[in-house]
Design a protein around this ligand. Structure first.
Ligand code: ADP
Ligand code: ZN
Ligand code: ZN
Length: 754
């Protein structure tokens, strides 16, 4: 991470004139004083407006301004600065929306830093930070959320048993007392349609005032083991100042307990805490665990939240009414006026990087905010990113370790199954099937992990070798048997399954390879006595389906789970003792320099699902490359050793985290247009020492959804040099002759080159 960029450097990128420290008085007489405003448009500038006729907005306040032929809501970034053009060209702020700034100085400063670092349009950074409702020309919503209560008629209906299903469940839930919408989200996921029906029938009603909070910590506290105590003590000691920590502990080692204990201490000091999790970590189970333990309201922020609730949670944190927020990526923008602590769980997770529009990284922004707020920041993972490990190595982060698993007797035993020369049954080896058989015979549960959904990744003609391909991507189409469709996993194109080969007419079309759907079918046919549950994006499309599917397993009866990486986290399944990992070979052979790191993380995360309770766990890894050095190290010595080897390779090759990258992506219908733009961009790159340029070249996936794709990769051993070139360059790109004919984007620290 570079030094903090001042706000001044941000606006100077919008207009270089203002950075030359003009004689203020001299200019003041000639030039009017203006407000410099961030507007939600993808342009790399701020916009100047004359003061409103009524009111004086402060920095961080929202204003309504005329923009083009309509109006826009923007945020004041600088107030009362001399304009660069005469007043004839300037328009006036129409209205001040906030008497007091909505965004405090710290958030303004961190956003400016973020826009500058990730080369985003300043307005887009603000648009990411503000919940949608707060970007509109409307009064701020009340911070109290609606609550729901039974009416007298509702009570009678419940007694009479006249309602069924979801309606009945909601009435039953509200019998204990009125509940808030977020309370219902946890207690009774999917309650809204029933609420609508019951409200129309007059059986429940919506109110505003929550009865006495009634929160009290109900879950018993565990007595922490020595390593947990040590971790908590070290972080607590850093309260009140900036200090990053990396908490490295295998799944089940008690990291969440450490978070809870630290949040409790932060609360006891009257301070707010922010806990970031990847999307998958937001299972209602986690939310419940937090609420029960902390005994205070916990705000939950994620992308599926209703806009009103999102805005309310944000405002409650801003006012200090709320003390704890648990959220995914964009929750990193929550105001924290009374900040005490920031925690990033599963810090290695790629979901923290936004992959479109404003391409920020929530973990990195969490560090920047912690520094601005002068609070400790705790990154936790069973499989830390190489970036964070390098920061520990460089002394920037302090490492904390949890080596034992309190609940388990022993770590799972990991074995490789050599698939070569084996007779496979739908991709499953005899040894693997045998282990599954043994496990369910003992009455335990099995997880079969395959990171590929669908029935088969390829549909091949046995007659002539033709295979079904997406015409828009030139990649094999995946066969989805239940839907009777071929689907492109890159562009979502869907096509019917042909009855005969379109090339030779043969009807001998064979699915090649296995997806989760096929494994589910094969396992269900082989093990008829136990339920086989598939968990992937298809079977969990419906909200809460994931929880429900896993909920079915909690009775601990023997069962087989088949699924993608959605299964790497979530419910604790104490009776799950065997994890079989199939089909990781793609990860070993991929050209992406991060694929080794990703594979190691995935294997360890999935393996961590085995043996979480008292029963010993076992992990089988089925591969055609049993001697691959990465697998060998990982299995014999563990993640830390594998990561060390991967880091040594990165250092030798100058790749991140030892080198720094900036990727210019470009796509258009014609290859020639892509090439022309990238050539112009390459020529426009400022001359800075120590930059390495790779390309212009076709993207690793040169065609996608019918568009030709290309890229230019800029690398440097020095972050400073890279940004010195990147900032002016990003301003020039939009003006290049071919810029309007292509779609282009810049990605600072890209996490994939795809
Ligand atoms: P992680 O977040 O590292 O996966 P958790 O904090 O969820 O680990 O802990 C895993 C399991 O161990 C949970 O069931 C938790 O309640 C239990 N646990 C954690 N710490 C302790 C402790 N000190 N004593 C007993 N059980 C513990
Ligand atoms: Zn054919
Ligand atoms: Zn496609």
């Amino acid at each position: 991470m570079t030094e903090q960029q001042s706000l001044a450097s941000l606006s100077s990128s919008a207009d270089t004139a203002s950075s030359k420290e003009p004689d203020y008085r001299a200019i003041h007489s000639a030039m009017p004083s203006v407000f410099r405003i961030a507007l939600p448009v993808p342009l790399p500038t701020l916009f100047d407006y004359l003061p409103p006729t009524v009111g004086e907005p402060g920095v961080g306040s929202r204003v309504l301004v005329p923009f083009g032929r309509s109006k826009a809501v923007g945020v004041v970034v600088q107030a009362d600065v001399p304009a660069q053009v005469g007043s004839a060209k300037l328009k006036r702020v129409l209205r001040v929306l906030d008497d007091a700034p909505l965004l405090d100085p710290e958030l303004m400063q961190s956003l400016a830093w973020a826009a500058d670092y990730w080369l985003g349009a300043p307005g887009e950074a603000y648009a990411n930070a503000l919940p949608l409702l707060l970007r509109e020309d409307k009064p701020l919503p009340e911070t109290q959320e609606p609550i729901w209560a039974l009416t007298i008629a509702g009570r009678s209906a419940l007694d009479a048993g006249s309602r069924r299903g979801g309606s009945q469940a909601l009435l039953q839930t509200l019998l204990a007392g009125p509940m808030s919408a977020s309370g219902l989200d946890t207690a009774l996921p999917g309650w809204r349609p029933a609420a609508r029906r019951l409200a129309e029938a007059g059986l429940i009603e919506r109110g505003k005032v929550m009865p006495a909070p009634g929160f009290s910590a109900s879950a018993p506290k565990l007595s922490m083991h020595a390593e947990q105590e040590a971790a908590v003590a070290e972080v607590t000691e850093a309260f009140g100042r900036f200090q990053p920590f990396l908490l490295d502990g295998v799944t089940g080692s008690g990291k969440t307990e450490v978070y809870l204990s630290l949040i409790e201490r932060s609360l006891a000091a009257g301070r707010q805490a922010l806990l970031l999790v990847p999307e998958i970590g937001l299972a209602p189970q986690t939310v419940r665990r937090l609420r029960e333990r902390l005994g205070v309201p916990v705000e939950v922020l994620h992308s599926n939240l209703a806009e009103g609730e999102r805005a309310r949670a944000w405002l409650r944190m801003r006012s200090g009414e709320a003390k704890v927020v648990l959220g995914t990526r964009s929750a990193v923008f929550t105001p924290l006026p009374y900040a005490g602590l920031i925690i990033v769980d599963e810090e290695h997770d790629g979901a923290y990087k936004q992959q479109e529009g404003f391409r920020y990284h929530a973990r990195d922004l969490a560090l920047v905010r912690a520094r601005a707020l002068q609070v400790p920041v705790l990154l936790g993972s069973a499989t830390p990113s190489l970036e964070s490990l390098a920061n520990v190595e460089a002394g920037r982060y302090r490492a904390l370790h949890l080596r034992s698993r309190p609940a388990a007797t022993q770590p799972p035993r990991v074995q490789i199954i050599d698939m070569r020369a084996q007779r496979l049954e739908h991709g499953l080896s005899p040894a693997l099937l045998h282990a599954v058989d043994e496990t369910i015979a003992r009455g335990e549960q099995v997880l079969v992990f395959r990171n590929r959904r669908g029935y088969a990744p390829v549909l091949l003609c046995h007659g002539c070798g033709w295979h079904a391909e997406c015409p828009r991507c030139e990649h094999a189409l995946t066969l989805h048997a239940a839907w009777r469709k071929l689907v492109c996993h890159h562009c979502d194109l869907q096509a019917p399954v042909p009855a005969a080969c379109p090339a030779c007419g043969s009807q001998d079309l064979k699915p090649q390879g296995q997806g989760t759907e096929r494994l589910e079918e094969a396992l269900a046919a082989h093990f008829r006595a136990v339920p086989v549950l598939r968990i992937d994006r298809e079977t969990t499309r419906r909200r809460d389906a994931f929880e429900q599917l896993l909920g079915n397993l909690q009775q601990d009866a023997p069962a087989i789970l088949v699924g993608t990486q959605m299964l790497a986290k979530g419910h604790d399944l104490p009776n799950l003792t065997l994890v079989a990992i199939v089909g990781v070979d793609e990860g070993l052979l991929s050209v992406d320099f991060r694929s080794g790191e990703r594979l190691a993380q995935l294997v360890v995360q999935v393996a961590g699902r085995a043996g979480r309770a008292r029963k010993p766990g076992r992990v089988l890894l089925q591969t055609h490359h049993p001697d691959h050095p990465l697998l060998r190290t990982l299995l014999a010595q563990g993640y830390a050793s594998a990561a060390k080897e991967l880091l040594a390779e990165r250092r030798q090759t100058g790749l991140p985290p030892y080198g720094h990258q900036l990727l210019l992506r470009c796509e258009a219908h014609q290859r020639a247009t892509v090439d022309a733009f990238l050539a112009e961009a390459c020529a426009a790159l400022p001359v800075v020492d120590g930059l390495q340029i790779a390309g212009p070249m076709p993207a690793p996936m040169p065609l996608r959804a019918g568009r030709q794709r290309g890229q230019l990769l800029i690398e440097s051993a020095s972050r400073r040099d890279l940004h010195a070139a990147a900032r002016p360059w990003s301003m020039l790109l939009a003006q290049l002759p071919n810029a309007r004919k292509v779609r282009w984007s810049l990605d600072v620290d890209p996490i994939d080159l795809y």
